[in-house]
Write a protein that binds this ligand. Structure first.
Ligand code: GDP
Length: 140
């Protein structure tokens, strides 16, 4: 299996509860390596741009407001089959449906405040990584 990269966000509900380390530990236990990481306050324009794919969905405004409600930690993760590996340890979007041991089952507050974002394909991972990181900020 090839070593690939994916993009992760530790969302405001998790940074507010001081869970950056706890979430990152779950990612590392799952075989992912943090090869870039920074804590940022997303602007409204950044959040709207990042989630543009969801702009027709009824929760778009709420989602953008949530994502700018506090700091987030954006990360690039590396590992074998990184996109799937990260989606597996994240768990289902709604924590009520998330499997035991997943980040969302352990930590998420709601379907919106669900602690983590993870790219859903390698193509989107590349786009999302480039949205937040310059190549020289990623050190594998
Ligand atoms: P993900 O890939 O598992 O993060 O899920 P989606 O791509 O479907 O949704 C993106 C994000 O929008 C989710 O992680 C949630 O933060 C939020 N979200 C998804 N569904 C809902 C919803 O029904 N209501 C609200 N308020 N937020 C939602």
């Amino acid at each position: 299996m090839a070593v690939t990269r994916t993009f992760s966000i530790i969302k405001p509900d998790a940074t507010r509860r001081n869970l950056t380390g706890a979430v990152t530990a779950k990612l590392e236990e799952a075989g992912l390596r943090v090869v870039a990481s920074k804590r940022i306050q997303m602007s409204q324009a950044q959040a709207e741009g990042f989630y543009a794919v969801h702009k027709e969905r009824p929760f778009f405004g709420e989602l953008v407001s949530f994502m700018v409600s506090g700091p987030v930690v954006v990360q690039v993760l590396e590992g074998e089959d990184a996109v799937k590996r990260n989606r597996d340890i994240m768990g289902a979007t709604n924590p009520k449906d998330a499997a035991d041991g997943t980040i969302r089952k352990l930590f998420a507050e709601s379907i919106e405040a669900n602690s983590v974002h993870g790219s859903d394909s390698e193509e989107n991972a590349a786009i999302e990584i480039a949205f937040f990181f310059k190549p020289e900020e990623i050190v594998g």
